[in-house]
Write a protein that binds this ligand. Structure first.
Ligand code: ZN
Length: 268
């Protein structure tokens, strides 16, 4: 599932390529679960709108739209597990599982492709979402999120009402770098440990953005290129392999229903 760094990579690619462009017409597929707003409303909102900017909020892609007659609106895309937003020349062959196409005045097409169909498209007047952006907060804003929480720290990191955009991969990688066991109760973390975790989450997310995200399952950026951060994973997906720091074997357990990877020696 695309997490913050993958969505950020897609958003940067989209911002470079389609900001300022105008959506001339829209084609929407027939699979109803892809559309969180009624398809006719999505089409009416997008057609004729200028894409003022493209930005990320948590794991959502937000297209800020301007429309001469209807004013401002937002087109929200959530990639779900396998969703992709591609910027394609019109002559490029249509991929299987294409659910939406926005034809742009520049001649290119924005295509939403999603084989497993957990992705969602919607349009809204105002877009707000809960949680805070991990790369935009100070340590003084970060530490209180975990106070009095009796859930495992891994679950707290995955809780989108606290931090936006951190998913399974980056939670495991951050906890390894902070030397904290995923099952530790969030409230039991000392201030020093929270400081290490704060630094680790930000470092992991920044490095992953710089690498264009992690490509597991079928994540690719807007031009279909994979990211490379999975080559820097220390624990995620490495169960049974030696820890890169101490050579102990990486363990896999289940926390919050998710496969969780950690080093039993390095993480306390
Ligand atoms: Zn280790």
């Amino acid at each position: 599932m695309p997490e913050l760094p993958e969505v950020e990579t897609v958003v940067r690619g989209l911002a470079q390529r389609v900001a300022g462009d105008v959506i001339q017409s829209v084609w929407l597929g027939e699979k109803p679960q892809t559309f969180k707003s009624p398809p006719p409303v999505i089409a009416a909102t997008l057609e004729g709108a200028r894409i003022r900017s493209v930005r990320r909020m948590g794991k959502h892609i937000v297209f800020d739209l301007e429309h001469n007659s209807r004013g401002a609106a937002h087109w929200i895309v959530h990639l779900g597990m396998t969703g992709r937003m591609l910027v394609s020349p019109p002559e490029a062959g249509l991929e299987k599982h294409t659910h939406a196409i926005a034809r742009l005045a520049s001649g290119r097409e924005l295509r939403f492709v999603d084989p497993r169909r957990f992705g969602r498209l919607s349009v809204v007047q105002d877009f707000t979402t809960v949680g805070v952006e991990p790369l935009e907060i100070s340590f003084e804003q970060f530490a209180p999120l975990f106070r009095k929480r009796n859930t495992p720290i891994k679950s707290a990191l995955l809780n989108q009402k606290l931090l936006r955009g951190v998913g399974n991969i980056y939670a495991d990688e951050s906890l390894f770098r902070a030397a904290i066991r995923p099952r530790r109760r969030a409230a039991s973390l000392s201030r020093t440990e929270l400081r290490r975790l704060y630094n680790a989450v930000r470092q992991v997310l920044r490095k992953a953005i710089a690498a264009g995200g992690s490509s597991i399952s079928d994540y690719v950026d807007v031009e279909g290129a994979p990211g490379s951060f999975h080559f820097q994973h220390h624990v995620y997906g490495r169960a049974g392999e030696p820890c890169l720091r101490c050579r102990a074997l990486i363990k896999r357990i289940v926390v919050a229903g998710r496969g969780t990877h950690y080093c039993p020696k390095c993480q306390k």
